[in-house]
Design a protein around this ligand. Structure first.
Ligand code: PNS
Length: 167
């Protein structure tokens, strides 16, 4: 790698929606790289709550303070998108040991597909190690308090999108 070239990393994910755990990863990642592309997967098998456009808007609002963060989206293989964007790193977060197996599989598959692309894992901050987009949506739907778990833009959109179930 040319030491003078700016280090570009991709932080890929579903981000349905972005949580404060993702934001923590972005802040940590920015200490290591010059330019971070937060990339939303378009062709996911998961049934998302928010459209790709909505997820990108929330990401953009939540990362507005960072001039070196770019919000993107991709279809197909992550390694192809990384090549197209001239990224040398993939950034992923690990919360608990349960994340490790899937993350290891993905990292090794991506290495097999494109050996020069390195995956870097960062450990989530303790305060965020239990957070996931899925749990946030569940808790919100069931009337629980999600303040401090997601940025304000997400809380606002969840209120517009989800009707709280009465018990
Ligand atoms: O937030 P997620 O859902 O855990 O993110 C998963 C993601 C988007 C990183 C992963 O599904 C992905 O990279 N998909 C793109 C397709 C691909 O490249 N697959 C082969 C490598 S595993």
């Amino acid at each position: 790698m040319n030491p003078k070239a700016p280090v570009v990393a991709i932080y890929p994910g579903s981000f349905d929606p972005i949580t404060n755990g993702h934001l923590d990863m972005i802040a940590r990642g920015l200490r290591l790289v010059d330019h971070l592309i937060v990339a939303v997967l378009e062709n996911s098998e998961k049934q998302p709550l928010f459209t790709v456009k909505e997820r990108m808007e929330m990401l953009a609002e939540a990362t507005r303070e960072y001039s070196n963060v770019e919000i993107g989206s991709f279809n197909g293989l992550l390694v192809d998108y990384a090549k197209q964007r001239e990224a040398s790193l993939i950034l992923r977060g690990i919360r608990a040991i349960s994340d490790y197996e899937f993350e290891l599989q993905m990292a090794l598959m991506n290495r097999r597909l494109r050996p020069e692309l390195e995956t870097v894992f960062l450990m989530a901050g303790e305060a965020h190690s239990f957070l996931s987009s899925r749990l946030v949506k569940d808790v919100f739907r069931l009337g629980g308090d999600i303040s401090g778990m997601v940025p304000p833009t997400v809380e606002r959109r969840l209120k517009e999108r989800i009707t709280i179930e009465e018990s």
